[in-house]
Every structure is written in C-alpha cells, then in structure tokens.
Design a protein around this ligand. Structure first.
Ligand code: PGA
Length: 249
C-alpha cells in the first residue's frame, strides 16, 4: 500500500477555505492500493472530517495535554498524527518532546507519521553528516522502553510511518534546488536498514516528503523503496492532488 498524505499546513486560515478544499477532496478517486490522508489545522478538523469522502483525516501534530490531545483527536475521528514535522520542530519541539508525543499518540491508538530530515547546513556537510543527523533524530524520537505494557509488545511498530523530509528541500518546487528520487531512495533505504537492525522493524513503511508535485510524484513513487509521499503545497489543489494519487496507484 502507498500512503499519500496531504499536509495543508497553515495555508488555509479560515474554516470556510478548508471546508471548500474538503469539498474538492470528496470528488477524489483514490486508486486501490492507496490510502489518502488529509491533515488540516487543528481548528478545522471537525469541519473537514464531515466532508471527506474516501480520504481519512489526520492531524498536523498533537498536544500532550488539552484540547487536541491524542485521545481528543481520536474522538474527532482522526486516524493519523504527523509528529516531528519541520514546522513543529521550528516552533520548539525537541527530540525529547517529539518522543513523548510519539509515545502518547501510539498509546491512544492513533497512527504516527514521524518526520525526520536534515536542514540546509547539515545537507551542505555531505552524506556522512546527513546520515548521522537523520538516524540520530530517529534514535531519539522512537520509544523502546517507555511504552505502556499494552503497546510495548512490539505491536506499535505497525502504527509507525516514517517520512524522510529533507528540510532544505521543502517548498522548492519550481523555485529552487530539490531532492532527486535517487538521493531520497538512498536515505530511505538507510532508514529502513536502521529500523530493522535497531528496532526490529523490518517492514516499516518510509515515505518521502519535500516539494512533491504532480510533475515529479511518479518519479518518487515508482521507486520501490518509497512507500508514499507527504505533500504540502501541491495538496492545496484537489486536481493536482488527484494526479499525485494516480501516480501512486
Ligand atoms: P511541500 O511541503 O510539499 O510544500 O514542500 C512538504 C513538507 O512541509 O513536509
């Protein structure tokens, strides 16, 4: 199965705009073998959830406590939560906070979409630095010892999706340097090998996310190593998002 995640980020400020985009999403034809997830901002979840057809709803983050805790999100019909996204890290989420969020989210029975990826400075240092950075983020964000007994038996691993989100390549479609499918596949293979050896997770899906558009989606998604994409800007247009879904089918 390929997972295609639409992250609407903070682009839509009014609930009516999010609801209008959701109307477009109702018309989407999701190919078989593909799961589509739409992630509006917290305040729009309820309005969007009402309107989505074959697309399930995810959250852009969770709150460790309060209105948008994982339990509350589950009550709203949310299936997935994006954690460790570059926007959340930029807003102050450290690896320790992200790890706590991963644990709470898994314990609440939601699926975790965990983003890792290097910023421009590390990218410029070359392959070894990139690999160390990405695997370091994974190591410090994933729970091994602190989970409730109920989920600690390893069953949590089926609810974990990792996204390689090279921060330097975000929102560069048509305006700057972005990643190649070859480089993305190389890091994704490395992530998979690390998950298998360090966490006994031989078959965890790993997605790619940075500047994926209708024009380049097929090049990324045809790589067998890449199990889906996290789509930011290009997910704001339902027709373009349909093309990305088609490329995954
Ligand atoms: P983009 O966003 O598709 O607009 O580059 C991706 C992301 O924020 O992860």
């Amino acid at each position: 199965m390929k997972l295609i995640i639409a992250n609407w980020k903070k682009y839509l400020s009014a609930e009516a705009e999010a609801a209008a985009l959701a109307e477009g999403y109702v018309q989407l034809a999701v190919p078989s073998g593909v799961q589509a997830v739409a992630c509006p901002r917290f305040e729009h979840l309820a309005a969007v959830k009402e309107k989505l057809g074959d697309v399930v709803v995810g959250a852009q983050d969770i709150m460790l406590e309060g209105e948008f805790s994982p339990e509350a999100l589950k009550g709203l019909g949310v299936h997935y939560a994006i954690l460790g996204h570059s926007d959340s890290r930029a807003a102050g989420d450290t690896d320790t906070i992200i790890r706590s969020k991963v644990i709470k989210t898994l314990e609440a029975g939601l699926k975790v979409i965990l983003c890792v990826g290097e910023p421009a400075k590390i990218h410029a240092e070359g392959e070894e630095a990139i690999e160390q950075f990405v695997l370091g983020e994974l190591e410090s964000s994933l729970p091994v010892d602190d989970l409730d007994a109920e989920v600690a038996d390893g069953s949590w691993t089926k609810d974990l999706y990792v996204v390689y989100e090279p921060v330097w390549a975000i929102s560069k479609a048509g305006v700057g340097e972005s990643d190649t499918p070859e480089d993305a596949a190389r890091i994704i293979t490395l992530i998979k090998e690390f998950l298998a050896s360090r966490f006994s997770m031989p078959s965890s899906p790993v997605l790619y996310g940075a500047s994926v558009t209708a024009l380049n989606a097929a090049a990324f998604l045809s790589r067998p190593e890449i199990d889906g994409t996290l789509v930011g800007h290009a997910s704001l247009d339902a027709e373009e998002f349909q093309k990305i879904l088609d490329a995954a089918g």
